[in-house]
Write a protein that binds this ligand. Structure first.
Ligand code: NAD
Length: 396
């Protein structure tokens, strides 16, 4: 509908430590114009991804200060959650769109709702809807992270990944095992294969077997645990007995690997422990483990700490990966920019946001609107809880 009305969407500079991504790249600016969306970019917002203010200005964006953005923008586009200090800058009628992890920090969403700010979080997207796929930032960022995890592992590893036959001798290829073969795991398998490693993959969802083998890797089948396919293509949490059986059987396989990359997650739960202390002890000196599920609540690997790399007494390097997508900032931003632009266009009609939670996509991503937290899952977390729900709230 042509109303002549135009929306101001603004890109702010990310403020989380180590965050080098930016919500929109210059290419996106021209694509939003015809939908009635003008773009403001905070000066320096693209610096971390090698995208200069002049590249944005050439694409038609206006370069602005943070103060001007918070005063005039209708919609603020971010990659991750703005710092708590930004809450006071936002005002009623404004909207924030980003990967805001409202399940991990429902209070943030509540604080914005109380100010009358509309909160849209891409990590709530119903990912199995085919029309939602262009907006799937979890997938695009997991792809980047899965790729980088392999490069991190190769960087820590003291030998080659490929088979190399040279006058100075022959190097056997590295053996790489990827535990958890969702989006990040499959990208890790593809990347490790391209580097020439001998790769195997394991997942508790049997349907991932074909995906693993189609990438030229071997699928590891455990005899002790069956399928744990859950809802929406995700895994369910294992029972205590299943968990133990899985850990024990995996230990024998892990001991034979040079590199293990773990990505296993169960939505809303603490990541499952797949590589126990015994498994780490069984690995040879010089082996490397990259735990992409490392979190404050624990990860897939005993002893992994997010953001830290440590070498165990038996010479195994354990990397607690943290925000790997931010370390490939230009590619990650380009992909995220397409996701966030698609979301913005989906939500915009006649130069303004048209919030309608009867739409499947909006029902997942609209967290707060009209002064209220409207997302059921987030609202439930804001209620006083009886007992321990086991929810860790990790949404990204
Ligand atoms: P995720 O990040 O939640 O988890 C990563 C992987 O860990 C998953 O494959 C999961 O099965 C696995 N896992 C969990 N517990 C495990 C355990 N105890 N042992 C071994 N593996 C375990 O998953 P994700 O990468 O976001 O994707 C999950 C699923 O969603 C996949 O089937 C993916 O193809 C699907 N997906 C579909 C779409 C779509 O339809 N468009 C989009 C995105 C993802």
């Amino acid at each position: 509908m042509e109303t002549g009305r135009r929306m101001k969407a603004a890109v702010v500079k990310e403020t989380s430590p180590g965050e080098r991504r930016v919500a929109l790249v210059p290419d996106a600016v021209a694509k939003l114009g015809p939908a009635g969306i003008d773009v403001l970019v905070e000066s320096g917002a693209g610096d971390g991804a090698w995208l200069s203010d002049s590249a944005y200005a050439d694409a038609g964006a206006s370069i602005a200060s943070a103060a001007e953005i918070y005063r005039t923008a209708d919609v603020i586009l971010t990659v991750t959650r703005p710092q708590p200090g930004a809450v006071g800058e936002l005002r009623a009628g404004q909207a924030v769109i980003g990967m805001l992890a409202p399940l991990a920090d429902p209070e943030f969403a509540a604080a914005l709702a109380a100010r009358g700010v509309t909160v849209i979080s891409l990590d709530g997207l119903p990912r199995t809807l085919s029309r939602a796929q262009p907006m799937d930032a979890l997938t695009s960022q997991s792809n980047v992270a899965g790729y980088k995890a392999v490069l991190v592992a190769a960087g820590e590893f003291g030998r080659f990944f490929p088979l190399l036959i040279t006058a100075a001798g022959t190097a056997r290829p590295a053996k790489v095992l990827v535990l958890g073969t969702g989006v990040a795991g499959l990208q890790a398998i593809g990347t490790a294969r391209r580097l020439g490693a001998v790769v195997s993959g394991y997942d508790i969802r049997p349907t991932s077997k074909d995906e693993v083998t189609s990438l030229g890797a071997t699928f590891l089948e455990l005899t002790a645990v069956g399928s744990a396919a859950g809802e929406g293509g995700y895994a369910r949490e294992l029972t205590a007995d299943e968990r133990l059986a899985q850990q024990e059987e995996l230990t024998g396989h892990i001991a034979r690997q040079d590199v293990v990359i773990t990505t296993a997650q169960v939505p809303g739960r603490k990541p499952p422990l797949l590589v126990t202390e015994d498994a780490v002890k069984a690995m040879a000196p010089g082996s490397v483990i990259v735990d992409m599920a490392a979190s404050a609540l624990g990860g897939n690997v005993a002893g992994s700490v997010p953001g830290q790399t440590a070498v165990t007494g038996n010479g195994v390097t354990i990397v607690g990966a943290e925000n790997l997508a931010a370390t490939v900032p230009t590619a990650a931003s380009a992909a995220y920019s397409r996701n966030v632009s698609a979301m913005l266009l989906h939500l915009t009609s006649g130069g303004a946001l048209a919030i309608d939670t009867s739409d499947d996509i909006q029902a997942g991503v609209v967290i707060a609107h009209d002064g209220k937290v409207v997302h059921e899952g987030v609202a439930a977390l804001l209620q006083p809880v009886e007992g321990d729900s086991g929810v860790d709230g990790t949404a990204d």
